[in-house]
Ligand binder design. Structure first.
Ligand code: ADP
Ligand code: MG
Length: 730
């Protein structure tokens, strides 16, 4: 049952259940978390198709996302031999060529994919056993239309853009389109969040017109103007929110922290066995200026793995300790937290360690140890407290928290940073470290509330890393040589990592791949390299006889992982066969070799980070990227890009170009409903910068947005969604 819309029309905050009826509204909530009219209107078409255009199937490029119009020829279902489940195969045709569609465990689709039906199909072109296919394509089947060939009506029917929406198995694109039509019809007048003058300057249309143009366009030109308008809306709202938040943070009053002459920081610097790099020095100066001010620092330090970020952070902690304050270092995993405490103690040396008592707080501590750690923290004896998210717990209190350092930011949300921030009596200074090089526009988009510092130089004396692709599809004979190469390195007294995407069976390591990649991987017929199999293969290899080869993966307990890492660091283990749990921050200077099996299953920046584990000491590193990816595929191109350069910024750029959208921003932006919709950080750099300037201009005159109510309302909706998706994540 649908209530009649209110006389003036509904607003963007109207609940969909009142407009669409409970079934559809429920399905939209379940599938996309969409609850209101405004959220549904932001569910933009992924692309547009034209019904009259059959696509030449023979020319489809491998590995690219395509949208094609074709006719269903035949549908078959078969069960799989190796795994549970079924595969539905449909062949479609453009009149000459044939393409196979495959669906994994979706037999129900045979009810709609009937021979003779025409529709638009969209997906990534793959090859399986020599035949081109689309795995899990989106499609929209056309309703039967009785039109005279050659008539004006028929021409219009054939040329009108058909919006293709992100859909699910329970909610097809056309159902979403119908729901959006209902909402657009019921919608009352809208206030435009973008002030008229800004619109005029950029020749943008009004908000309402843009929503119409994107969802029910009559021409392609209309969709372009609508999308351009809505992209600006998105960038403008986002930048206004970030700049407002930044201003808010800066209004808080923090304690100014300055190193004492002859104090802890000076003593530390005097004992350093090496010179700081120029970048470390200048970033250090930016940080000490921030710390000395009474506005809280909010700074992101980005730099390659091994560029010396931890050292920079430690020096900031010492500056804070000099004024009697404490610093908390938040690490993404237990392994890393434990490693941080050890390396901090080592860098401090015995004297400073005794004074600062670096302390570990994780969920895995025994009761007695935990009590001791919490006491030291609450009493202020421990001036450096390192932990995982356990640090965010209610039981953890600080005597005088002056600085929060967050290592590997992309794994922590704003909310977690916030929770730790609240543990200070006065707002602590915040320093965020990331080894993922972030292109400027991404930084502006994702970290727009932070100041950014960059360390580009690596400390001198690094021996470098050679990277090679081992393309098994092209050269299957090379496989035995992979192990020989590892054996040669071990003979020189060095150690190695072997990285694989899965633990055992077809199970992917959690956190290794993003959901889309995982889904693609599951569809791919090639079995994944696993820890279990690879461990057995390495142990059985004659050239590795007598070597100690052990496993490290996410299903081991924190103690087991920690023990394996420590034994490896101590040289007792020669080779670690691991999943991506070794990804971040691990530091074993004697590890010279890394072999990544199924390298195409990892992202570009992930591979780059993994590779950062080797070549950290004086020994040159060797990285073998082993892949079965087809020659000419994007998958192989990505792996080759990683082998071609060690420059993380260059790779971040390549990554932006080669990866599908949404991936680059990480979970923080692509996971929640508040994620970017139309904005593409890879291409919209100028637009984002323009929107940031425009937002700054508005906020300069009207910091509380009192005279921009529509914009304030748009920001409030954004914020509600952000906290809703935070709560949903738990
Ligand atoms: P990151 O945190 O950026 O990965 P770290 O701070 O852990 O880098 O530094 C990596 C290694 O390099 C550590 O062993 C550290 O002691 C060493 N290191 C840091 N800065 C320098 C420097 N300026 N010169 C020589 N070695 C350095
Ligand atoms: Mg580090």
């Amino acid at each position: 049952m649908t209530d009649a819309p209110p006389p003036g029309g509904i607003g963007l905050d109207a609940k969909l259940s009142g407009v669409l009826g409970g079934r559809t509204a429920g399905a939209l909530t379940k599938a996309f978390g969409i609850e209101t009219a405004g959220q549904l209107l932001q569910h933009y078409p992924r692309r547009y198709a034209r019904r009259g255009e059959l696509t030449a199937l023979a020319e489809l490029p491998l590995d690219e996302h395509v949208t094609i119009v074709a006719e269903v020829l035949e549908v078959r279902e078969r069960t799989m031999r190796s795994r549970r489940g079924s595969i539905l195969e449909a062949s479609i045709s453009d009149g000459t060529g044939i393409l196979t569609l495959t669906f994994f465990n979706q037999a129900w689709r045979s009810r709609e994919l009937k021979p003779g039906v025409r529709g638009v199909f969209a997906g990534k072109v793959g090859a399986y056993q020599g035949k081109r296919q689309l795995a899990h394509p989106d499609y929209e089947l056309f309703a039967e239309q009785e039109l005279d060939v050659g008539s004006e009506e028929a021409r219009r029917w054939a040329e009108t853009p058909v919006p293709i929406y992100p859909a699910t198995s329970t909610l097809a694109s056309w159902q979403i389109a119908a729901a959006i039509e209902l909402v657009l019809d019921a919608l009352g007048p809208l206030d435009d969040p973008v002030p008229a003058e800004l619109r005029r300057e950029r020749s943008l249309e009004g908000y309402r017109a843009a929503l119409e143009g994107v969802h029910r366009p009559e021409s392609e030109g209309q969709t372009r103007l609508a999308r351009r308008t809505l992209r600006f809306h998105e960038a403008f709202a986002l930048q206004t929110a970030l700049l407002q938040r930044r201003a808010e943070l800066r209004r808080a009053v923090a304690v100014s922290r300055e190193p004492r002459p002859g104090g802890l920081l000076e003593r530390f610097d005097a004992a350093l066995p090496f010179e700081l790099t120029d970048d470390q020095r200048s970033v250090g100066e930016e940080i000490s200026t921030d710390l000395a001010a009474t506005a809280p620092m909010n700074r992101l330090v980005q730099g390659e793995v091994g560029s010396g970020k931890t050292l920079v952070a430690l020096r900031a902690m010492l500056a804070v300790a000099d004024s009697g304050g404490q610093a908390a270092l938040l690490a993404p995993t237990e392994v890393l937290a434990a490693q941080h405490v050890r390396s901090i103690a080592r860098m401090l040396g015995p004297m400073l360690s005794a004074e600062l008592l670096p302390t570990l707080v994780t969920g895995q501590l025994g009761a007695a140890e935990r009590r001791k750690a919490l006491l030291r923290t609450a009493a202020g004896q421990s001036r450096i407290v390192v932990g995982t998210h356990a640090l965010l717990g209610d039981k953890v209190e600080f005597a005088d928290l002056g600085l929060v350092v967050v290592d590997e930011q992309h794994r922590f949300g704003v909310e977690q940073r916030e929770a730790l921030r609240r543990k200070g009596r006065t707002p602590p200074h915040v320093l965020v470290l990331t080894a993922t090089p972030i292109p400027r526009t991404v930084a502006m988009t994702v970290f727009g509330d932070l100041d950014v510092s960059t360390i580009r130089q690596l400390p001198a004396g690094r021996a470098g890393i050679e990277s090679h692709v081992v393309p098994l599809a092209l050269r299957p004979g090379w496989r035995p040589r992979i192990w020989s190469r590892l054996a040669e390195e071990l003979e020189q007294g060095r150690q190695g990592f072997v990285v694989v995407p899965a633990i055992e069976g077809a199970q992917l390591e959690a956190g290794g791949l993003d959901p889309e990649e995982a889904a693609e991987a599951a569809e791919d017929a090639r079995p994944l390299a696993t820890v279990v199999d690879t461990l057995a293969e390495a142990r059985a290899h004659p050239q590795l006889a007598g070597r100690r080869v052990e496993a490290l993966h996410g299903r081991m307990s924190a103690d087991e992982k920690d023990a394996a890492m420590q034994e490896f660091a101590g040289g007792a283990i020669d080779v670690l066969v691991a999943t991506t749990v070794i990804e971040v921050g691990v530091d074993v200077p004697n590890a010279s070799t890394m072999i990544v099996f199924d390298a195409d299953r990892f992202g570009v920046s992930q591979l780059h980070q993994l590779r950062g584990r080797i070549g950290r000491g004086g020994v040159p590193g060797v990285c073998l990227l082993v892949t079965g990816a087809e020659p000419g595929s994007v998958a192989l191109e990505r792996v080759e890009a990683v082998a071609a350069t060690l420059d993380g910024f260059e790779l971040a750029r390549v990554d932006l170009e080669l990866r599908r959208e949404g991936d680059v921003l990480g979970e923080r932006q692509s996971g929640g409903r508040s994620s970017l919709k139309l904005l593409r950080v890879a291409h919209d750099g100028e637009l984002i910068a323009d929107a940031r300037t425009a937002a700054a201009g508005i906020l300069a005159d009207d910091p509380t947005l009192a005279s921009h109510p529509a914009l304030a309302a748009a920001l409030r909706r954004r914020l509600d969604e952000e906290s809703a998706s935070f709560l949903a994540k738990g």
